[in-house]
Ligand binder design. Structure first.
Ligand code: MN3
Length: 206
């Protein structure tokens, strides 16, 4: 069974000036689609027909198949990223809010650290908020690398900091893109749901 491009969980024109419909046309419709196509083209030759997306990622990593790892991990990373965004401007609440205060001191401090990590990440990659045991941690990963192949990294929230994620709307100004998303466009309900440690399953398929 071939992997598919998941639908966006919102209308592509619902973010106003934060993210334009045009950026979704390219980022979701072209970039994410290309990773899906590249993955499907390589699954058969790699002997992984019928494996789930997360199994393909794990086996490509273990087998040193960098080309398939990069394509398949990017399918998963983007499927997760879209769900981390919301046009509704939420705030963390409940257990997640308590954990943020416990581990970072305040929500502002969490956002400042996630911004610094994401903006400071050299070249292409992803900023991450992950769960390590019972502790919230901030990190970033290069290129297509993904938390599921690292111990102590249960995915909670990601920011795509590849240039293609922001260049149409923000040109080179990665800090403005990160500020806009963290300030106005994070789906904190989705982040809180991932505290169950099952975040990988929410962007898996097959
Ligand atoms: Mn991207």
């Amino acid at each position: 069974m071939a992997f598919v491009l998941p639908d966006l969980p919102y209308a592509k024109d619902s973010f106003g000036s934060i993210l334009s419909a045009e950026i979704f046309d390219y980022h979701h419709g072209k970039h994410h689609q290309a990773y899906v196509t590249q993955t499907n083209d390589q699954v058969g030759p790699a002997g992984l027909e019928g494996a789930s997306l997360s199994e393909v990622i794990a086996k490509a990593k273990a087998g040193g198949n960098a080309k398939l790892f990069n394509a398949s991990a990017q399918v998963w990373n983007h499927s997760f990223y879209w769900q981390c965004l919301s046009p509704e401007g939420q705030q963390p609440t409940g257990k997640l809010k308590d954990m943020i205060v416990r581990d970072f001191g305040s929500q502002d401090e969490l956002l400042a650290k996630l911004k610094a990590e994401s903006v400071g990440h050299f070249a292409s990659g992803w900023g991450w908020l992950v769960l390590d045991g019972d502790t919230l941690k901030i990190t970033s990963l290069h290129d297509a690398d993904t938390p599921m192949v690292h111990d102590g990294m249960k995915p909670l929230l990601t920011l795509d900091v590849w240039e293609h994620a922001y260049y149409i709307d923000y040109r080179n100004a990665r800090p403005n893109y990160v500020d806009a998303l963290l300030g106005k466009a994070i789906n904190w309900e989705f982040v809180a749901m991932n505290l169950d440690g099952k975040g990988v399953s929410r962007a898996d398929q097959g």
